[in-house]
Design a protein around this ligand. Structure first.
Ligand SMILES: [Ca+2]
Length: 301
């Protein structure tokens, strides 16, 4: 019996840089059986091609990649640009035209049905693919081994700092995802991920030194760094806790997602005193332990 964890990654790779940083980790994590990658939000075909470039640089030619929903359920196309796709000509990859929009949801459904109780679904983009999947087939969440999200913000007490990008990109899908009866239902929020940052220049150097899939990620980071001096490891933290849950401290509670207000739609409200506690929320992170894990796994040490 394999001790590997079967994982499917749902990602908006190509916007912020951390999705690519996360994918490289999963490809190098010996305990991860990466069953597939699904893309979401905006140019999903370009995102699929980028995911393929990172996989191929890791020597993994066999990983299924499926493009999902480009538009959110009620807000349309909120992330229309994928500037990091400019690195594609430098690396081997399947062309965007080799993927088909909208195959991701059926792929997820089929994989999860094939291995009920076994698969961890890790979602690190807007929740649209999950919202559509869980609406199409409401039994799917119960068939997951676990659902892990980089989504929301939970321990911040400043009201208008209570919005997180993935959650607000598609508030309806976020609400559907938090109502989904997955067990465990884990969230890594912005308040925790913001503690895991490194300067962009340091990342580019480290990624180039390590090589493999991080070679492509280094090139993507160069494009991304024009807009940001710091890389925040939001998504890789959500991946790392699948294998090392003790990197974070967790609390149980109940998350509700704001839908009625236009200005605050997608805000995650976390009630730790709720009687019903369907959600596990990361409330603290050991950033040093996280970075040790990240670079030990990707650097092969
Ligand atoms: Ca992301």
């Amino acid at each position: 019996v394999s001790d590997k964890v079967p994982v499917i990654l749902d990602t908006d790779i190509g916007s912020d840089i951390d999705d690519a940083v996360c994918l490289a980790y999963l490809l190098r994590q010996p305990k991860c059986e990466l069953l597939g990658v699904t893309t979401v939000s905006g140019k999903v075909l370009e995102r699929a091609a980028l995911a393929d470039a990172v996989c191929k640089a890791a020597g993994r030619r066999d990983i299924p990649i499926h493009a999902g929903c480009s538009h959110g359920i009620n807000l349309g196309e909120v992330q229309p640009n994928v500037p990091q796709a400019s690195v594609l000509p430098r690396f081997e990859h399947r062309a965007p035209s080799e993927f088909k929009v909208g195959t991701a949801v059926e792929f997820l459904r089929e994989q999860i049905n094939r291995r009920p109780g076994e698969i961890t679904l890790l979602a690190i983009g807007p929740m649209t693919n999950l919202g559509v999947l869980f609406t199409l087939d409401p039994d799917i969440p119960k068939k997951l081994k676990s659902l892990v999200l980089m989504c929301g913000v939970f321990t911040s007490t400043i009201p208008y700092c209570a919005k997180e990008w993935n959650a607000i990109c598609d508030p309806v899908a976020t609400a559907i995802t938090y109502r989904a009866p997955a067990k465990p239902h884990l969230s890594i929020g912005l308040d925790v991920t913001m503690k895991c940052q490194l300067p962009s220049a340091e990342c580019i150097k480290k990624f180039n030194d390590i090589g493999g899939p991080l070679k492509v990620v280094a090139a993507m980071t160069e494009v991304w760094a024009k807009g940001g001096h710091l890389v925040t490891f939001h998504d890789p933290l959500a991946a790392a806790v699948i294998f090392k849950p003790d990197i974070c401290k967790w609390e149980d509670g109940k998350v509700d997602v704001e839908l009625k207000s236009d200005r605050a739609a997608g805000m995650t409200h976390w009630d730790r005193r709720s009687e019903d506690k369907p959600h596990k929320i990361a409330v603290e992170v050991n950033a040093e332990a996280f970075f040790n894990e990240y670079f030990a796994v990707t650097g092969g040490k």
